[in-house]
Design a protein around this ligand. Structure first.
Ligand code: PMP
Length: 422
């Protein structure tokens, strides 16, 4: 047990070992207090895109620190936020025109839900039904837990969570059932928005669906005047092979949420980017139509400067090529597991690969997860399976050797498990 006063997220302190301190980060590595280099194969919870401490981002942060700290973001504005908003509109799917800042993926989604409800409240008959996909994850605040998959993680909080409509996850060949369920819900005329992780549901188990489904869902939403909110908190910034996953479905959502890779992962920042119609619905001489949302640290100038630097990296460095190369290497790495009976559902989208370990004890809270984590820790790898789902989502600077090492460790872990030695 730990004697530290720190309470860590998603950590059972009664069972977890005392944690090593990380003394430094570098490229694809975390270096611990003893100098051991640990390969960050999940990009420190999916935030680090280019690699830890990319010099362009670090420089931008240093320079911003010479002139700014936090600045109130009502009544006044500042250049890093303005420049970033202009840059985001340039790279976001066409039709997204206004940027609202917050600090995390969860708040980006909360803001999106409030924008959607505000839009209907201000312009027409209020609508409040939210439709989501089963197995979705959107954060851990009360609002985002409400729209996410329910289960052991939210058991204690259930009484406070609101109800939403849930579409069946579209397994290949069964897409029509998902589309029909959405259309049924829309017929009520009460659906404000479909909130969806485009192309891959992340924390819900790295579940991939076809891009064409997203295209179809958008068509249905449009037919019934419902909005589409794309939660690109995980999928944004190249993870699925394109800058935003929506691009692969040729879809412009009405609202897009981004965080994590927005600053290259260096500082907390989020943006909820919306259409002109949604912004305009909040323009009025009637102050009751104001968008009533703020957090103290909205648009922190240093974080915005880091995000501007991230945009610069995307413009000036061959990031797209790096992403494509990584995707290719991931695919090669996975190929060794094809047909291996210890694994099921071997899958990939862009830079993300996942595979299900065939074990009798499935589920998020089964002990197989912590045992695997401990094994990977011994191999100096940061890999955190979601139950029996093992995935890799590394920074784009990871080397072929390091990817190979990760696959070797997955192979070895599966062998040990099968032999009852892990
Ligand atoms: N949405 C998605 C799709 C996510 O993957 C996450 C985080 N894993 C969130 C929202 C919440 O983001 P944060 O942890 O920054 O609040």
């Amino acid at each position: 047990m730990t004697s530290s006063p720190v309470w860590h997220p998603f950590t059972q302190h009664a069972l977890e070992p005392v944690m090593k301190r990380i003394a430094k980060t570098e490229g694809a590595y975390l270096v611990d207090e003893d100098g051991a280099a640990i390969l960050d194969a999940i990009s420190s919870w999916w935030v680090i895109t280019h690699g830890h401490r990319h010099p362009v981002i670090m420089d931008a942060i240093r320079r911003a620190c010479e002139t700014y700290d936090q600045v109130i973001f009502a009544e006044y504005t500042h250049e890093p936020a303005e420049e970033l908003a202009r840059g985001l509109i340039e790279v976001a799917p066409a039709g997204l025109k206004h940027v609202f800042y917050s600090d995390s993926g969860s708040t980006a989604v909360e803001v999106a839900l409030k924008m959607a409800l505000g839009f209907f409240h201000n312009t027409q008959k209020p609508r409040s039904r939210i439709v989501v996909m089963e197995h979705s994850y959107h954060g851990d605040t009360i609002g985002t837990m409400s729209v996410g998959e329910r289960g052991v993680f939210n058991a204690a909080y259930e009484p406070l969570l609101f109800e939403v409509d849930r579409l069946p996850f579209p397994t290949i060949g069964e897409e029509q059932a998902t589309l029909d369920a959405f259309e049924d819900a829309c017929r009520s005329g009460e659906v404000a928005a479909l909130l969806i992780e485009p192309l891959i549901l992340g924390a819900g188990g790295m579940k991939i669906y076809r891009a064409s489904l997203l295209t179809e869902l958008k068509r249905i939403a449009e037919r019934y005047g419902a909005l589409m909110i794309a939660d690109e908190v995980m999928t944004g910034w190249g993870r699925t092979g394109s800058l935003f996953a929506c691009e692969q479905a040729h879809v412009t959502p009405d609202i897009l949420c981004t965080s994590k890779g927005l600053t290259g992962g260096a500082l907390p920042l989020a943006a909820t980017i919306c259409s002109r119609e949604i912004f305009d619905a909040h323009l009025s001489s009637d102050r009751r139509k104001t968008f009533f949302h703020s957090s103290s640290y909205t648009a922190n100038p240093i974080a915005c400067a880091a995000a501007v630097a991230n945009l610069k990296i995307w413009k000036t460095e061959p990031v797209g090529e790096r992403v494509a190369k990584l995707a290719e290497r991931q695919s090669e790495g996975l190929s060794r597991f094809e047909g291996d009976p210890r694994f099921d559902n071997i899958r990939q989208i862009g830079t993300i690969v996942a595979l299900d370990l065939v074990v009798p004890e499935g589920g998020y809270l089964s002990e197989v997860g912590p045992r695997l984590r401990a094994f990977f820790r011994k191999r100096r790898l940061l890999i955190r399976p979601l139950g029996n789902v093992i995935y890799l989502m590394p920074p784009y600077c990871i080397t072929a050797d390091d990817l190979g090492r990760s696959c070797d460790a997955i192979d070895e872990a599966a062998g040990l498990l099968a032999a009852g030695r892990l």
